[in-house]
Every structure is written in structure tokens, then in C-alpha cells.
Ligand binder design. Sequence first.
Ligand code: ZN
Length: 167
Amino acid sequence: MIAAGKVASLAYTLKSDEGELLDQADHSEPFMYLHGAHQIVPGLENALLGLKPGDKRTVKVAPAEGYGELNPELKLEVSRSKFPSDAEIEPGMLFQTETAEGEMVFMVNSVNDQVVVIDGNHPLAGKTLNFDVEVLAVRDATAEEKSHGHAHGPGGHGHGHEHDDEE
Ligand code: ZN
């Protein structure tokens, strides 16, 4: 049963309210996560608690329980001159910068000769998330997974996260 300290393997689709497919994992490459480690959005994590292999759920997650509400203050107009003049700046480009709140990732919305419009909101902020989830497997997390705060193994390291320095 899914509970804190368990690693669950999921097949899922994530769609917007408009039906647009935003993300998915299928049976051949399931997504694995460590329950209770905030690896997934709170609304989905809460809905999965207590489920067992074979269980299927449709879960609707409001923005506040997902990637947060859109914050208009994170959409900024920056003078083009603040960027290196030889830098190629294009819509969709991501870059990291130091802010008063710490390191943040911004996406370029638009750019012209004078102004670059950037947005620090998560791309899924403000969206209602519609998950169709099937639980494929549940196992105990290893001590190493618990210390890292995420699941290891196939599907356990999404988003390009790698470990060169496993202790
Ligand atoms: Zn790790």
C-alpha cells in the first residue's frame, strides 16, 4: 500500500482542462516516486495515499495543490541591454538567475530590440491538472533513496537528474 517511505511505480497521463496532453508515463517506462518526499505535487500525492498495485484513479488537482497559482509579479520586462549583446535570445529559452528569493528559473516569453519579457512561473502554474493514474507496483524505499529524498532505478530519475557521486 502506498504510504510514506514506499516507492510507487505509476503509469499516468496528465491533461489540462482543455484536454491537452501535458505529460505521461506508460507501462513500459513507468514513473517512480518516493511517497512523502514531495517529489510530486501535493494534490496527487494525497490522492495516492493508501492505494495498491492495480488501483486506478482519476485525480483532479487545483492549481493551489499543483504547481501553484500564476504569480503576475513573476512576469517581468527586462531591458535587452541587461543581456549580453551577442546572446541569442529566443522565446521558450530557459535561464537561471539569482533573485532575492534565491536561484530561480525564468522562461523567455518574447523579445524585441529593446525589451525581453520573462516569466518565472512554472509552466503549469495556474493550471488545473487532470491525472489518470494506475498504480503498477509498490515497494519499500531503500535507505539510500530515503536519504536522497527520491526514488532510484528505471524511471526514478526524471528530468535528467543523475548521480555521479553515489556514496
Ligand atoms: Zn538519488
